[in-house]
Design a protein around this ligand. Structure first.
Ligand SMILES: [Zn+2]
Length: 374
């Protein structure tokens, strides 16, 4: 009897040893993957403990398999094999479209959304009536409202807008008057699903991320004016793929992110209006993009080193690589500039802040005191 017990203990010890030896090195970071879904949305968060949240699943139709596989590739890279929490921000096909294909490839435990679809289409109705319930019955389904928490260990994940409603009480430490409201005028009403988006404010220690989905301008104003109910953020996933009916100064300038990442497509998002708001955002250190944006033009484009994806067929007129002209006589003459000349003007203040203005286009940017504005 005793020999049998010792034998069992020995087996247990061997398995415990193998378990530790085979384990991956412990993760200490919150990893965020902004997956390229060609102008749709799919952002994967993985906590140090390996708990995962996916916001949206990429496109429907011919893009569904492609996008689902791209999400799976990110999950694999993160070392996870299931989605613990899935948030579908709203019922547009570039956000929920890849879900049936993703669900074939990975188990999904908890489904969160804003509830009733306000923008009926045959495709969306069929998905919501027939396909979606079959998927979420294998896990749990929750309709969220502003103020709700998404239960993720190690993260403070707050829903700040959903179903057309916005957070009424400021987050802890937030609630200051928002000066960017003065430069933000309401736009035409948006009755679409975009305005219903589930929006999130996420804290990992002192690190703060904001993901609003495709929430549009007037809802941003409801949430951020006259008082900023969110506070500031370190990382802003640019709203609505960088389109100009979202990303008001009232939102972006009040969040004052240090880094923004835009989930744009080659011809979706990155319009001049949005680029101006982003590049004049106080404390913004860099803007990263999923794609080169044709809508930015040369005037507003981000340096290629900050862009994740280029064209499959690069255009000769705008090469990806820097140009090395042949030396000496073989070199063609440099392009001329003999027309009107403009200066760049710096206006500095005693407190250390200063404004730089380009006299050609009037573009200016203010640099505040310290590492980042409060
Ligand atoms: Zn979208």
């Amino acid at each position: 009897m005793r020999i049998k017990l010792i034998f069992l203990l020995l087996i247990a010890a061997v398995f415990a040893f193998l378990g530790t030896a085979g384990a991956q090195p412990a993760r200490t970071t919150l990893d965020i993957y902004v997956v390229d879904v060609e102008g749709g949305n799919a952002v994967l968060f993985v906590t140090p403990a390996g708990e995962s949240v996916l916001i949206d699943t990429g496109n429907a139709g011919p893009g569904a398999v492609r996008d689902a596989e791209r999400i799976v590739a990110a999950a694999k890279d993160a070392g996870i094999s299931r989605i613990d929490h899935l948030i579908i921000t709203h019922w547009h096909a570039d956000h929920f479209g890849g879900l049936p294909e993703l669900a074939k490839r990975m188990p999904i435990r908890q489904f969160f959304d804003h509830g009733v679809n306000v923008q009926s289409t045959p495709q969306t109705d069929e998905f919501l009536q027939k396909i979606y319930p079959e998927l979420y019955k294998q896990g749990t389904h929750t309709v969220v409202k502003p103020g709700d928490k998404i239960p993720v260990d190690g993260l403070d994940w707050r829903v700040v807008a959903a179903g057309g409603a916005v957070l009424k009480t400021p987050l802890p430490g937030a609630g200051k008057l928002n000066p960017a409201c003065a430069e933000t005028k309401p736009m035409y009403p948006d009755p679409s699903e975009n305005a219903q988006s589930v929006s999130s404010y996420i804290k990992f220690g002192k690190f703060r991320v904001v993901h609003m989905g495709d929430l549009t301008w007037n809802k941003e104003m409801e949430l951020m004016c006259p008082n900023n109910r969110l506070g500031t953020a370190d990382l802003f996933i640019v709203s609505h793929h960088g389109q100009a009916i979202s990303n008001s100064p009232a939102l972006v300038h009040a969040l004052a992110p240090r880094v923004a990442i835009m989930n744009n497509g080659t011809r979706k998002g990155g319009q001049p209006e949005t680029m101006r708001v982003l590049h004049s955002s106080p404390g913004l250190e860099d803007l990263w993009q999923m794609h080169f944006s044709q809508l930015s033009g040369q005037e507003y484009t981000t340096p290629g080193m900050f862009i994740a994806n280029l064209y499959d067929d690069p255009q000769a007129s705008m090469p990806v690589a820097p140009m090395t002209p042949p030396p000496g006589a073989a070199a063609s003459p440099a392009p001329q500039h003999n027309g009107t000349a403009y200066w760049i003007k710096v206006s500095a203040h005693p407190n250390g802040s200063f404004t730089v203005t380009n006299a050609r286009n009037g573009f200016s940017k203010t640099y505040g005191v310290g590492a980042r504005p409060d």
